[in-house]
Unconditional design. Structure first.
Ligand SMILES: [Zn+2]
Length: 216
C-alpha cells in the first residue's frame, strides 16, 4: 500500500523522466531568451550545463518545487528548492545561481508545458483583471520583445532592517536579482554596494519585493 503522497511522487517522477528532449530544449530556449545579458554574464555558461543535466535525466522531481539533481559526474545528488531559490551544492553556497537550480527550473517548466499540452491547448491560464505586480514584472522581464524587456523595474526590499530601493534585474522562478540604486551626492549619482562582499547586486526572494513599479 502506498500513501497518496507516495503515488503522487511516483507519478511526478515518471513525468519528469518521460519529458521529451524536444520539450526541454524548447523550454530552455524560451527561458534563456528571457535572461538579460547581465544575467548571462553572471551565469557564465551554467545555463548550458543545466540544459545538459536536464536532457540527460539528472533531474528528479521530488515534491512540489523540490528537485534532486545529480551532478554531472553522477556521484552526488543535490537538493534544489525552487521556492526558496536554494540548492545544497557548494556553488550555490557561494551565492551563485548554480546549474542545478537552472536544471530543476527547466524540468519544472517542461513538466508544466507537457501537462498543458496534454490538457489541451484550449485551456488557457485565467488572467485576472488586476494582475499581481510581481506577475506583471515577471512577464515584462521575460517578454520576447526587446522593447518590453528594456523596461525598468524598481522595487523596495528590506535590507538590514531598512527599506532599500533597488532595480529588479531579473526574476527567475521565485528568486529576484536586484541592484541597489545609486544615491545622489552633489547632483552626481554614486553607486551603492550595500550587500555582502560589497556587492551592488544580490539575490532575494521575489515575494520579498515591495512597491514594484514598472517604467517604460
Ligand atoms: Zn546547485
Amino acid at each position: 500500500m502506498y500513501t497518496i503522497k507516495q503515488v503522487k511522487r511516483f507519478v511526478s517522477e515518471a513525468v519528469a523522466s518521460y519529458l521529451l528532449p524536444a520539450t526541454i530544449e524548447q523550454t530552455a530556449s524560451t527561458v534563456f531568451q528571457g535572461f538579460s545579458e547581465r544575467l548571462k554574464a553572471r551565469l557564465n555558461g551554467r545555463q548550458e550545463r543545466a540544459l545538459k543535466l536536464a536532457l540527460s535525466g539528472h533531474v528528479t522531481h521530488k515534491s512540489a518545487r523540490i528537485f534532486s539533481v545529480h551532478s554531472e559526474e553522477g556521484d552526488h545528488a543535490y537538493l534544489v528548492d525552487l521556492t526558496r531559490g536554494y540548492c545544497t551544492c557548494p556553488d550555490s553556497q557561494k551565492g551563485s545561481i548554480c546549474k542545478h537550480r537552472i536544471a530543476a527550473y527547466l524540468v519544472e517548466q517542461s513538466m508544466q508545458a507537457t501537462a498543458q499540452t496534454s490538457a489541451g491547448s484550449s485551456k488557457s491560464e485565467p488572467v485576472s483583471k488586476e494582475e499581481e505586480p510581481l506577475e506583471k514584472a515577471r512577464r515584462v522581464l521575460h517578454a520576447q520583445s526587446d522593447l518590453l524587456r528594456e523596461a525598468i523595474i524598481y522595487a523596495t526590499i528590506q535590507h538590514q532592517g531598512e527599506a532599500l530601493v533597488v532595480e529588479v534585474i531579473n526574476l527567475e522562478g521565485d528568486t529576484a536579482i536586484v541592484r541597489a540604486l545609486p544615491i545622489f551626492k552633489d547632483g552626481k549619482p554614486v553607486p551603492q554596494f550595500p550587500f555582502e562582499d560589497r556587492r551592488s547586486c544580490t539575490q532575494v526572494l521575489a515575494k520579498s519585493l515591495f512597491d514594484l513599479n514598472i517604467y517604460r
